[in-house]
Write a protein that binds this ligand. Structure first.
Ligand code: DAH
Length: 344
């Protein structure tokens, strides 16, 4: 009987090599170790066996059963793998494609340097407790001018060449100061927020002017806010951006929505040869203490609260950081330019 079991096992080992479908493998297995399989047949004649044989047959048949189980599982896995590979070949899925794309430089898009700097500045301000607000590109007269203490007759309107809509009531916002107005409308003091975004001016373009560029507006309103607070936040921002303490100076500057208004300049050395020739003060950040009329227009009592505001030019910041000489590169869509800033 033991020989018969051995022979049956040997036969199974050869037979399993000749099948290639999972169903055939399972049939083969049940033909041998299934309820009505050949092993059960052999075991039926156990009663005729000698006592020694009987002792050996139990362990033997168990061992053969488990070997056959193992071989079956192994074969099923092999078949599954072959089937997957056949499917992949048929559907032409090429996993090496991604690598070859990377080698050819065809990578996923990266973030534009203006966006990168915008996120950095947002992070710096949120870490100091500022909210980040958004506002529409298409604005009305009130949010772009009126509420900012720039009445219709005010000469400041000439400072900003505006893209007006035909109705002459709507316009493409000329600055992110509109977000100051919307921020005041939507919250109660004390508050502090920044508002980044695109702004539009109907201007002839040159190395420092574009029709569409990016600003980040900032506003802090509370009790007893001083120019000292303003300088502290601006210096912290610049230190984080340029990774070192920056020397700054405030010059008087006129903007109808702040009183007093300032131009904040940084001491800047242009990198490259002839450094000293290019060092000097660079106008970077107009700012000031919020005009009482602006607070009033935003529904805030200027006798109780005051604050500061600033308008940071993000494109200018990118140009300073990377020593880019022409703002038009930023909007050129030239991948040779953009790729230099991709972070992968
Ligand atoms: N909105 C001004 C502009 O685009 C920039 C500006 C100046 C914003 C002074 C401010 C500020 O918040 O206080 O020319």
């Amino acid at each position: 009987m033991l020989d018969k079991i051995d022979a049956l096992y040997e036969k199974f080992k050869t037979d399993i090599n000749s099948v290639s479908k999972q169903a055939d493998v399972l049939n083969l297995k049940s033909e041998v170790i299934g309820k009505k399989g050949s092993l059960s047949e052999i075991l039926k004649s156990l009663k005729d066996a000698t006592p020694e044989e009987r002792k050996a047959i139990g362990p033997k048949s168990n061992q053969v059963k488990s070997e056959i189980e193992k071989l079956t599982q192994k074969k099923l896995q092999e078949i599954e793998l072959i089937e997957i590979n056949e499917k992949l070949a048929k559907n032409k899925i090429d996993f090496s494609l991604r690598n070859s794309m990377l080698e050819r430089g065809l990578v996923a898009g990266g973030e534009h340097p203006v966006h990168q700097i915008q996120r950095e500045v947002e992070d710096i301000f949120t870490s100091m407790g500022f909210d980040v607000l958004d506002g529409p590109h298409i604005e009305d007269d009130w949010h772009n001018f009126g509420a900012l203490n720039i009445p219709e007759t005010h000469p400041a309107r000439d400072m900003q060449d505006t893209f007006w809509f035909k109705d002459m009531k709507h316009l493409l916002r000329t600055h992110t100061s509109t977000i100051q107005v919307r921020g005041m409308e939507s919250r109660k003091p004390p508050f502090k927020f920044v508002g980044p975004g695109k702004v539009f001016r109907c201007e002839r373009t040159d190395t420092t002017h574009e029709m569409c560029f990016h600003q980040l507006e900032g506003m802090m309103v509370g009790k007893d806010i001083t120019v000292g607070n303003l300088i502290y936040f601006m210096k912290t921002l610049l230190k984080e951006i340029f990774k070192k303490d920056m020397e700054v100076r405030l010059r008087p500057g006129f903007f109808p929505f702040v009183e007093p208004g300032f131009e904040l300049d940084i001491r800047w050395k242009k990198p490259g040869p002839g450094e000293s020739k290019h060092s000097g003060w660079l106008e970077l950040l107009p700012c000031g203490m919020v005009h009482p009329n602006v607070l009033r227009a935003g529904g805030i009592d200027p006798d109780e609260y005051n604050g500061f505001a600033f308008g940071l030019g993000l494109d200018r910041l990118v140009m300073v950081r990377y020593a880019i000489e022409d703002i038009r590169h930023l909007h050129s869509g030239d991948l040779r330019f953009n790729k230099q800033f991709a972070k992968f």
